[in-house]
Ligand binder design. Structure first.
Ligand code: SAH
Length: 263
């Protein structure tokens, strides 16, 4: 039997293919098998040897191509056959990346693995929109929250909404665009000032990055006016959003003259 290989659970970064870590890149260069997601930039696959097997297991929004259990099994099976396996995930693998399930499965089978962190969209997309998620004067706490709320399984109970509305300065909602109406109304209902600035940043760090800004009270209308906003997008709530007026560097460079689409 061949010697067991190893699995690297690697963060691909938020979109711009240069935002992968040096370690992540080195893992790709050594890969025998790359198992990649929808949100990992396919340009990164060029770093893997030509002979490496490339397996797409991205989940389309409503159409899971490969169930999580199957992905877990696939990683184990390829490693047990002696391969260096890179599991390439968008952003950071530990932020809504289900890396816990994959790592647990490998640990259970005694298969060696490493987690290689990545740059997460909830920090990087705002940074490219000219919004630092913390700031000495405008934000001293930051939360990362799923906006993928299912009515049959309310992931955010009342106390959580209350905490997010009152206790956290900056909140990044992932997977939240479809639930924007619910998110904004829950935050207001639980005490957040309706004038709190909000930014919705789509395709962050990529050339097609688009940002719409507004407040909790008018962000829905602002978004409706801008059809360029499609998933993936981050909804960022907090006073730090104001900083964009002064430090919106990336989109200004994309649109000569410095006018962002939506100020
Ligand atoms: N592990 C990833 C998140 C996966 S969940 C990370 O750390 O970034 C998928 C969600 O991430 C999307 O619905 C969207 O909210 C966000 N996302 C991923 N890439 C993005 C991008 N380039 N711009 C804006 N949001 C992005």
């Amino acid at each position: 039997m061949s010697q067991t290989g190893k699995v690297y659970l690697v963060g691909a970064g938020p979109g711009d293919p240069k935002l992968i870590t040096v370690k992540g890149l080195e893992c790709l260069q050594q890969a025998d098998v790359v198992v990649y997601d929808r949100l990992a930039n396919p340009a990164l696959l060029e770093h893997a040897p030509e002979t490496a097997e490339r397996i797409y297991c991205g989940k389309l929004p409503d159409n899971h191509t490969l169930k999580q259990e199957k992905i877990n099994e696939l990683l184990a099976e390829k490693a047990l056959a002696g391969n260096v396996v890179v599991r390439l995930k968008g952003g950071d693998p530990c932020v809504f990346g289900r890396v816990g399930e994959e790592a647990e499965h490998l640990a259970r089978l005694g298969i060696p693995f490493e987690i290689v962190p990545g740059v997460t969209a909830g920090i990087a997309a705002p940074a490219y929109a000219g919004i630092p998620v913390t700031h000495r004067e405008h934000g001293s706490s930051f939360a990362v929250v799923t906006g993928h709320l299912r009515e049959d399984k309310p992931e955010l109970a009342t106390e959580k909404w209350r905490a997010l509305a009152n206790g956290i300065d900056t909140v990044a909602f992932y997977m939240g665009v479809a639930n924007l109406p619910l998110i904004r109304s829950q935050l207001i209902l639980h005490g957040r000032d309706p004038q709190t600035p909000v930014a919705v940043i789509a395709w962050g760090t990529l050339p097609q990055q688009t940002t719409v800004t507004g407040t909790l009270s008018d962000i829905e209308e602002r978004l409706a006016e801008n059809s360029q906003i499609t998933n993936p997008a981050i909804i960022l709530v907090g006073d730090v959003v104001q900083l964009r007026e002064r430090i919106n560097w990336f989109e200004s460079a994309l649109t000569p003259g410095g006018t962002a689409v939506n100020q």
